[in-house]
Design a binder for this molecule. Structure first.
Ligand code: AMP
Length: 216
C-alpha cells in the first residue's frame, strides 16, 4: 500500500499516520520528523533546514526532494510506505511522480484530513512532543500521566518552536497557498479520499479504512 497523508499542520496527521502504518505494516515517512532528527543531530542537512523551519517556511525543494528520493530508495519501501508531510507543493508532487515511475509503481490513495483553522490553532498550541522518542501529546485531549514526562519512554516533553501562535499562523498561510492546490491535483487523478477529522483523536480511522477498502 502506497499512501500520502495530506492535511494542514495540526489536522491530526501524526495520529492517523501511526494508525495507518500499523494497519498496513508499512514505513512511516514524515519529512518533518526526518528534519527534526537531523536538527537534533546537528547534521549539515539539519543546519540547513533549521532556519526555514523556525520561520514556519518550507525547506527548499532541492533539499527536500533529494532527501525523500533517498528514503524511498531504501529496501523497506519496496512494497509500500506512507508519506506524511510530503509532497507539500505541486513541484514536489511532480518530483514524486518521476520517482515512482522510475520504479514502475504508483500511489494507491491520497488521504486528506480536514479541520477548521480555529480547531487547528487550538490543537497546535496545546501540543507537546517527547524530546526523546517523538511521541505526541495534547494538554487538552491526550495528557501524559505525569506532567511534562513521556508515558512511553520517560523523556521530557517540550513545545515545538514552530507550534507558537505567530509561526502557526505563518504555517497555515503557507499550507493554504502552497499545499492546498494538491487537493485538486490528486482529485483530478482520482486518488483523493477526503475525511473530516474534527471528532475525538483517532475516531476517523474507521472511515479512512472503509474508504481505502472500497477503492481496492
Ligand atoms: P511537519 O512536522 O510536517 O509540520 O513539518 C515541520 C516543518 O518541516 C515544516 O513547517 C517545514 O518547514 C519543514 N518541512 C516538512 N516537510 C516539508 C516538505 N515536504 N517541504 C518543505 N519543507 C518541509
Amino acid at each position: 500500500m502506497r499512501l500520502i497523508l495530506l492535511g494542514a499542520p495540526g489536522s491530526g496527521k501524526g495520529t492517523m499516520a501511526a494508525d495507518l502504518v500499523k494497519e498496513y505494516q508499512i514505513p512511516h515517512i514524515s519529512t518533518g520528523d526526518i528534519f527534526r532528527l537531523n536538527i537534533k543531530n546537528k547534521t549539515p542537512l539539519g543546519l540547513e533546514a533549521d532556519t526555514y523551519i523556525q520561520q514556519g517556511a518550507l525547506v527548499p525543494d532541492s533539499v527536500t526532494i533529494a532527501m525523500v528520493a533517498d528514503r524511498l530508495a531504501q529496501p523497506d519501501c519496496k512494497t509500500g510506505f506512507l508519506l506524511d508531510g510530503f509532497p507539500r507543493t505541486v513541484e514536489q508532487a511532480e518530483a514524486l511522480k518521476v520517482m515512482l515511475s522510475a520504479c514502475k509503481c504508483k500511489m494507491d490513495a491520497v488521504v486528506e484530513l480536514e479541520l477548521s483553522d480555529e480547531e487547528i490553532i487550538g490543537r497546535l498550541t496545546t501540543r507537546r512532543v517527547c524530546s526523546s522518542c517523538g511521541k505526541t501529546y495534547n494538554l487538552d485531549s491526550n495528557r501524559p500521566l505525569q506532567d511534562g514526562i513521556c508515558d512511553a519512554c520517560g523523556g521530557a516533553l517540550y513545545q515545538r518552536d514552530d507550534d507558537k501562535p505567530d509561526t502557526i499562523r505563518q504555517r497555515l498561510a503557507n499550507y493554504n497557498r502552497q499545499t492546498m492546490p494538491l487537493s485538486d491535483y490528486y482529485k483530478n487523478q482520482n486518488l483523493l479520499v477526503r475525511i473530516n477529522n474534527e471528532g475525538e483523536v483517532g475516531s476517523s480511522l474507521p472511515a479512512v479504512l472503509a474508504a481505502l477498502r472500497s477503492r481496492a
